[in-house]
Design a protein around this ligand. Structure first.
Ligand SMILES: Cc1cc2nc3c(=O)[nH]c(=O)nc-3n(C[C@H](O)[C@H](O)[C@H](O)COP(=O)(O)OP(=O)(O)OC[C@H]3O[C@@H](n4cnc5c(N)ncnc54)[C@H](O)[C@@H]3O)c2cc1C
Length: 400
């Protein structure tokens, strides 16, 4: 156990999961004087080293800044306002920071954000229990639901909070506590797989680059001055072991058309993982006294870099509902939680789905594949030439 222990019986909110959703929610509740516990399955080192997102939307930076959680990202985050699309026809740049609402991204690795949020929660006296998986969530339609967890020494912990926040991600236990008949599940396998790579190399170009290629998509995204994220579309079922460093760099250079646009800065590949593009949204994202936040509420493919940003958005909305509910019994905001979050989740899903279609053409020479690839080119051409399309893109690309 870390931090100051709060007696389990007096806990008002149990938060399952110490990812961006749980940690932002925990910090906001703690600042408002709400007694809460964050219970996390993994070790502190594990969550602080887990590399995933990096592109933070303006709304995310606002939430973190307004709540005193942005020191690290304001100090070390980089501003990014341009993306590039590479096709057979050449490259075009979109300075999205000057389009739409004029918003830019702040690039700050998710694991650094998690590290900052953990440190702040503990510094504020928060109770954060690592290596303590939640094993059961019951009694959600009563005044005092029960959350059971297993402490690192194997002992069972029983918590009886007023509310439970399910911030335990896509494979967590919280969404399984929602009975099938109580929520509709919307799922889609987008049929696309990425090999997500982290290279110990500086970025190769100033912009985020999306390479649309008949052999598959390739992406380039800055992370820190020494680390760059790359993506390669690979066939479903492929293993990271199929992609040694030499093959990765040769394929990236080929799809990024390095011969025409300049070489890539190569370095050792630090991490390679397979990511299948899936969406999975529940509606509503509340059941009794349980509220789902972040990936637990709505998994989104990383094609448009929205997941962590949606997690922070929903954490703020939930905190704004829980505080008056606990302080004065006013549950008006809280009962609107699903209705407030879901339209934003769906708008992000729509844009993410559009990005998937924009970036991935089907392989093959059949009628369907050829037709869909021609549509893909038409979409890219519209984005290259239409100012209105560019404004719409910019608004959705950075916005939440
Ligand atoms: C390769 C990749 C790149 C991405 N890039 C971006 C990007 O640029 N921008 C962006 O916005 N998003 C991006 N995302 C998505 C983003 O990382 C996720 O949406 C984000 O982590 C969701 O945060 P969360 O707190 O909801 O869930 P998580 O970060 O998954 O946290 C959930 C936590 O719950 C814990 N947990 C699970 N089960 C239990 C249990 N039973 N008991 C207790 N704890 C439990 C887990 O260990 C975990 O720590 C990317 C994702 C990937 C995979």
């Amino acid at each position: 156990m870390s931090g100051t222990a709060v007696p389990a019986e007096s806990t008002e909110v149990v938060i399952a999961g110490a990812g961006p959703a749980g940690l932002v929610l925990g910090n906001l509740l703690l600042a408002a004087g709400v007694r809460c516990i964050i219970v996390e399955r993994q070790s502190r080192a594990h969550v602080e080293e887990r590399a995933r997102a990096g592109f933070l939307a303006a709304n995310t930076v606002r939430v973190l800044t307004e709540n005193g959680l942005a020191d690290g990202l304001l100090k070390d985050g980089q501003q990014h306002d341009t993306c590039a699309f590479r096709t057979d026809a050449g490259e075009f740049l979109l300075n999205y920071g000057s389009l739409g609402r004029g918003e830019a991204h702040t690039v700050y690795p998710q694991q650094h954000l998690v590290r900052d949020l953990v440190a702040e929660f503990l510094a504020r006296g928060g109770d954060l229990r690592f290596e303590t998986p939640v094993t059961g969530i019951t009694g959600l339609t009563t005044d005092r639901p029960e959350v059971t967890a297993q402490s690192p020494d194997g002992a069972a912990i029983r918590l009886r909070p007023r509310f439970v926040a399910g911030c335990d991600g896509r494979h967590g236990i919280a969404r399984t506590a929602v009975p099938a008949e109580a929520a509709r599940r919307y799922r889609r396998d987008h049929g696309v797989t990425w090999l997500a790579l982290l290279a110990a190399a500086p970025q190769s170009m100033a912009a985020v680059a999306y390479a649309v290629h008949e052999d598959g998509f390739a992406g380039h995204m800055a992370r820190t001055p020494d680390i760059t994220r790359y993506y390669l579309q690979v066939p479903r079922g492929e293993s990271p072991a199929d992609w040694p460093d030499t093959r990765v760099w040769a394929e990236l250079a080929h799809r990024m058309r390095a011969d025409r646009h300049g070489p890539l800065h190569e370095g050792p590949i630090l991490e390679r993982r397979i990511v299948d593009m899936n969406s999975d949204v529940l509606d509503p994202i509340q059941y009794g006294r349980l509220f789902l936040v972040g990936d637990a509420a709505g998994l989104i493919s990383p094609a448009a870099a929205k997941g962590a940003n949606l997690a922070v958005m929903a954490a703020e909305i939930l905190a704004e509902g829980l505080v008056p509910a606990l302080r004065s019994g006013d549950e008006q905001r809280l009962t609107r939680y699903s209705a407030d979050c879901l339209p934003r989740i769906w708008r992000a899903q729509e844009f993410s789905h559009w990005m998937i279609d924009l970036l991935h053409g089907p392989a093959g020479t059949g009628d369907d594949a050829v037709f869909l690839r021609a549509l893909q080119q038409a979409r890219l051409e519209s984005l290259r030439t239409s100012r209105r399309h560019q404004d719409h893109f910019a608004e959705n690309y950075v916005g939440i």
